[in-house]
Design a protein around this ligand. Structure first.
Ligand code: SF4
Length: 264
């Protein structure tokens, strides 16, 4: 994706300085990634009953003037405690701890992975391991940070299921469905301007679509009224470097969506 002069001016005004040469900034995270490693795994293969995802590009949500009700810290604590004790699906049997989510409770961006990895299961933090480092590079390339950041650059990270599947397998359709109420409440509390779904299972959880990411990416969908951009999971990108350019395009689409929702 090539930025228009208007978009570049807006990014500049937002204080977002894109790394790399104009025209193709996918190298912003392509150069910082690690080669394939032993913890690489397949993308989600399970499917739920397909429902066509709506393409709403060109009609972005405009929510700039809407007040946010992020909820008191106690609400988040109660939700996290519920997840910690949840036995609604079989994944509870193998978890060390549930991985509820982290980030700013009023972030513009909600980043959704598929399931906690082994590092996440040990630490209780989503995207704690090697894929998390690539994700941080991807977010940094568009001026975002999971650390404390000014408004507009904040992210909230969570997973479609909160418990680590055995052997790192993809979450199954029934598990995604069982855990979706947590996700729905997180989205309602954060009220993000965009959700970025990383990988097929994350997109499945939001869109109810069994289609592969290749057919879902490149357009804007919706979940609970919030724009959704689907792209490749960082784990997939570690194994398929050529897909990083597509992921970069998808992040640019998400930035564009946020800018449009801000009245730009
Ligand atoms: Fe409950 Fe979700 Fe964990 Fe399943 S994955 S046990 S639904 S918290």
């Amino acid at each position: 994706m090539r930025w228009t002069e208007r978009q570049l001016a807006m990014l500049e005004a937002m204080g977002i300085r894109l790394w790399g040469p104009a025209g193709d900034r996918s190298t912003a995270f392509a150069e910082k990634t690690s080669p394939r490693g032993p913890d690489d795994g397949p993308e989600a293969a399970s499917a739920v009953a397909a429902a066509p995802a709506s393409d709403v590009r060109g009609s972005p949500t405009r929510r700039a003037a809407e007040p946010r009700m992020a909820g008191a810290p106690g609400v988040w604590r109660v939700l996290a405690d519920e997840a910690a004790g949840c036995t609604a699906c079989a994944l509870c049997a193998g978890r060390t701890r549930s991985v509820f989510g982290t980030g700013h409770p009023q972030a513009d961006w909600l980043i959704l992975g598929d399931a906690p990895e082994a590092d996440d299961d040990r630490s209780g933090e989503p995207f704690a391991g090697r894929t998390g480092r690539l994700l941080d590079n991807m977010l940094g390339a568009v001026g975002l940070s999971r650390a404390e950041a000014p408004a507009g650059r904040r992210v909230y990270l969570t997973q479609a299921v909160k418990c680590h599947p055995p052997n790192g397998r993809a979450p199954e359709a029934a598990e995604l469905a069982a855990c979706e109420p947590f996700l729905r409440r997180q989205v309602a509390l954060v009220q993000p301007r965009v959700i970025v779904a990383l990988g097929r299972a994350a997109a499945q959880a939001l869109l109810g679509s069994a289609e592969p990411i290749g057919r879902l990416r490149g357009r804007v969908h919706r979940y609970a009224g919030v724009p959704v951009v689907a792209t490749h999971h960082p784990l997939f990108l570690l194994r398929h470097a050529q897909a990083k350019a597509e992921a970069w395009d998808d992040l640019c689409l998400a930035v564009e969506t946020v800018m449009d929702s801000s009245g730009g």
